[in-house]
Design a protein around this ligand. Structure first.
Ligand SMILES: NC(=O)c1ccc[n+]([C@@H]2O[C@H](COP(=O)([O-])OP(=O)(O)OC[C@H]3O[C@@H](n4cnc5c(N)ncnc54)[C@H](O)[C@@H]3O)[C@@H](O)[C@H]2O)c1
Length: 331
């Protein structure tokens, strides 16, 4: 078993999300040793913030033994080429979502991971969001009965111009590839795999080559249906995950002033109950603590490359449905 304090951690891609990773590693007592970015100034800025060295190249970072673990925080279209050198070198990888920009590329990454049997975790951080964990426990306890209807909204204001998300060759799409990918993973986590999807995408308010609005209707393999809405152009939005079941309903509210993080009501009860999650660690801290536990113990991560591939398949099916207007069944 390795001692956390002695782990050498690397980050590839020194933009927005790398800061959340760096802070979570620091909280776990595993500071960043090496960073790399194609933009040398971005790498130098993160290195200075976290007291790390800038690597000369990704290849230099991905030598066997150079690192104990790495976070890949680059745009989705680079995940395949940035993860595989570490996978081949036997270095555990935490790869940001979405896994890749297409199913074939996600499959190639999954095949590379399977071949080396290394530790690989897809960074679907909402699996570590304390209210989502409580919702999962409630559903698993059977108190709410069988899940029938899943509803999720992830909307807000995100300016596409100047961001890698505006370029579909880098991002794979707009808010569907970005936010609905999280939502699909939450659906799979709470109510099971997806059997079929029907979707609409649109450019409602931003001039961009990718959509700023998406609406997905899901049919689950276990009989639960779902609707997912996502948007990049609505600054005031009600972000939530809600699961309506045969005997009750649970609602997770995201950052809505005045609303509890999680509330549920069971048939026959007049009062809504809430669960206090204010003392639980934030989802990035919990995600990276879990990843490091796996690095230390060799345990299988809670979110695997197969989960990343499964979401990629649903997102590709959603885009196919939006193009054709048809329901698309998953393999
Ligand atoms: N889990 C979450 O909630 C969450 C939140 C934000 C972003 N993300 C994901 O994290 C990833 C990065 O998103 P971001 O918002 O940090 O993007 P960003 O554009 O802010 O940063 C990406 C960084 O990667 C660098 N980069 C680009 N091409 C590179 C290359 N070939 N080699 C090395 N570095 C390269 C860029 O210079 C930039 O510094 C995406 O997959 C995104 O979907 C996840």
């Amino acid at each position: 078993m390795k001692t956390i304090g002695r782990l050498k951690i690397g980050i590839v891609g020194c933009g927005g999300i790398s800061r959340a990773h760096a802070q979570a590693y620091r909280t776990a007592g595993a500071p960043i040793a090496l960073v790399y970015d194609v933009d040398r100034a971005a790498a130098a800025a993160l290195a200075q913030e976290v007291g790390a060295q800038v690597a000369d190249s990704l290849r230099a970072m991905a030598q066997p033994g150079a690192l104990d673990a790495v976070s890949i925080c680059t745009p989705p279209a680079f995940h395949l080429e940035h993860c595989l050198p570490f996978v081949r070198a036997g270095i555990p990888v935490l790869c940001e979502k979405p896994l890749e920009i297409s199913v074939p590329r996600a499959q190639r990454l999954a095949a590379g991971v399977k071949k080396k049997r290394g530790l690989f975790m897809t960074a679907y951080c909402h699996r570590f969001h304390p209210p989502i964990i409580e919702a999962k426990k409630l559903i698993a306890s059977g108190r709410l009965g069988r899940p029938l209807f899943f509803r999720n909204m992830f909307a807000g204001k995100f300016v596409l111009r100047g961001n890698h998300r505006a370029n579909p060759k880098l991002s794979g799409g707009g808010c569907v590839a970005d936010n609905a990918a999280h939502a699909v993973d939450i659906f799979r986590f709470l109510v099971g795999d997806v059997a079929a999807v029907q979707a609409q995408v649109a450019n409602l308010a931003q001039q961009a080559a990718v959509e700023d609005f998406g609406l997905l209707f899901l049919r689950g393999k276990k009989g639960c249906v779902g609707e997912i809405a996502c948007c990049y152009s609505t600054p005031v939005a009600t972000n939530y995950v809600e699961v309506l079941c045969e005997k009750g309903t649970v609602t997770v509210n995201y950052w809505i002033p005045g609303r509890p993080d999680i509330a549920y009501r069971i048939e026959g009860e007049k009062e809504e109950r809430t669960i206090d999650v204010s003392k639980a660690p934030d989802r990035f801290i919990a995600e990276i603590a879990h990843f490091l536990d796996c690095v230390r113990t060799g345990a299988k991560p809670a979110v695997t490359v197969a989960d990343g591939l499964a979401s990629a398949e649903v997102i590709a099916a959603a885009y196919a449905s939006a193009r054709t207007g048809r329901l698309v069944r998953l393999p």
